[in-house]
Design a protein around this ligand. Structure first.
Ligand SMILES: *[C@@H]1O[C@H](CO)[C@@H](O)[C@H](O)[C@H]1NC(C)=O
Ligand SMILES: *[C@@H]1O[C@H](CO)[C@@H](O)[C@H](O)[C@H]1NC(C)=O
Length: 249
């Protein structure tokens, strides 16, 4: 019996070795991110903004399907953080999703290493801080998951891949906004709109009068070339957006 058991064990190892040897493991990529306040003035007022490695928006996580992503996040803020990876499926890894309930917040001054595989996914996603209104102060950035060469895209390769973040922005700090919400105070209209961290794209009732025509765009995942062109008019500049993939959460 004993020698039969041993035989099974070595056979098992042989199979594992063969599978690894033939197909290789999926690549690992490592990142070190420090989350800290930086001072910028996107709307002309100096503000404490949440930067990642000193950048706002944070660095783009540019990876390829099936890669294993390891991100050591150091929290240099004065309060706990969690970063969540919006749209990343985290199959069998839900505790890496960076939301309260599945993850403990990273205390101020501490670090935590997220590790997840972007398994069988392609497209554009984003990460952001999931706690305490911090997202209103930044801490977000883009995620690009490129296709593997063995799975070609069903359309021509775009000439460029440009990430555009359009966000409401308040000149009040996220802590003040948080306090207002806790006290039942209406946040009111945001002070402006930022595009990729830059302003001012202010609400301007003079240049955008009431009754202006608008269009509703439905972007459906899986229909990359159909009905997914949109236009946004920001201070006379037209931005064309093509949605290649979106996610429903
Ligand atoms: C992402 O990385 C790929 C190589 O893996 C590169 O070809 C591509 O230009 C990068 N995209 C961006 C937006 O940095
Ligand atoms: C914190 O960072 C250090 C230095 O990079 C690293 O060795 C350690 O594993 C990290 N700890 C966690 C919990 O991620």
């Amino acid at each position: 019996m004993l020698s039969g058991g041993r035989c099974c064990v070595s056979f098992f190892f042989l199979v594992v070795w063969w599978v690894n040897g033939c197909f290789g493991g999926d690549p690992y990529v490592f990142f070190d991110w420090t989350v800290s306040y930086i001072t910028t003035s996107p709307l002309g007022v100096n503000q404490k903004v949440i930067g990642i490695n000193g950048q706002f928006p944070g660095p783009i996580l540019n990876v390829t399907t099936n890669w294993n992503v390891v991100i050591n996040v150091k929290n240099d803020l004065d309060e706990p953080i969690l970063l969540t990876w919006n749209g990343i499926q985290n199959r069998k890894n839900s505790w890496q999703d960076g939301v309260l309930g599945t993850n403990c917040p990273i205390p101020a001054g501490w670090n935590w290493t997220y590790q997840f595989q972007v398994k069988d996914q392609i497209g554009s996603f984003f990460y952001f801080p999931s706690l305490d209104f911090q997202r209103a102060a930044g801490g977000y950035g883009g995620i690009i998951i490129n296709n593997r060469d063995v799975i070609p895209l069903p359309f021509a390769m775009p000439d460029a891949d440009i990430t555009i973040f359009i966000s409401d922005w308040y000149t009040k700090s996220h802590k003040k906004l948080r306090k207002d919400v806790e006290n039942g105070i209406d946040l009111g209209v945001p002070d402006g709109i930022l595009i990729n961290g830059f302003g001012p794209y202010r609400y301007d009732t003079a240049s955008v009068p009431g009754g202006i025509a608008y269009q509703i765009i439905n972007a459906e995942p899986g229909e990359p070339n159909k009905d997914t062109m949109g236009c946004i008019d920001c201070k006379g500049q037209i931005i064309i957006i093509q949605v290649f993939e979106t996610c429903h959460t």
